[in-house]
Design a protein around this ligand. Structure first.
Ligand code: SME
Length: 157
């Protein structure tokens, strides 16, 4: 397995199209979940320089912080709370263009301005979420949704 990824400049879509197969082969060769989550967080951080990118994992009735890149973050989130807990409850991706107008948003950092949360789903059950924060307003769009959902699908195989 190549341990270095290649990052290209170009449109967001071109960047995802270059990154996705590399991430896929990175995680295909490894069965350990934490190792794979850690590498996906690192790959996304390096490719897009997001403010915060990481995973929360379902443990009983809460989401618990998993592998991430960025500043320290809240460790536990209840179902239905914040953007992450809402994405868990709804089993659907949430795009939040302005975190200040999302009811119940949990501010782990005052620098976070917009956010996308993609649930990790296997056999119809949410087992975690991918959470990405930007320090820019209105940063995430349907391109992020499409490719991040595809990437999260690799992690649920
Ligand atoms: N903002 C999230 C909490 C997690 S941090 O952004 C890393 C939320 O509202 O669920």
């Amino acid at each position: 397995m190549a341990e270095e990824l290649t990052f290209i400049s170009g449109s967001k879509e071109e960047q995802y199209l270059s990154l996705l197969p590399q991430v896929r082969s990175l995680i295909e060769g490894e069965v350990d979940l934490v190792a794979n989550l850690a590498n996906v967080a690192a790959a996304l951080k390096e490719a897009f320089d997001f403010f915060w990118v990481g995973f929360y994992l379902v443990k009983q009735d809460q989401l618990v912080l998993g592998p991430f890149q960025g500043p320290v973050a809240c460790t536990r989130i209840r179902k239905g709370k914040g953007v992450c807990g809402t994405a868990w409850q709804e089993g659907a991706t949430l795009l939040v263009p302005d975190v200040e107008v999302f009811p119940g948003h949990i501010a782990c950092s005052s620098l976070s301005r917009s956010e996308i949360v993609v649930p990790l789903i296997k056999d119809g059950e949410v087992w975690g979420v991918l959470d990405i924060d930007s320090d820019l307003l209105n940063f995430f769009d349907e391109t992020d949704r499409k490719y991040l959902e595809e990437m999260c699908g690799y992690l649920s195989k």
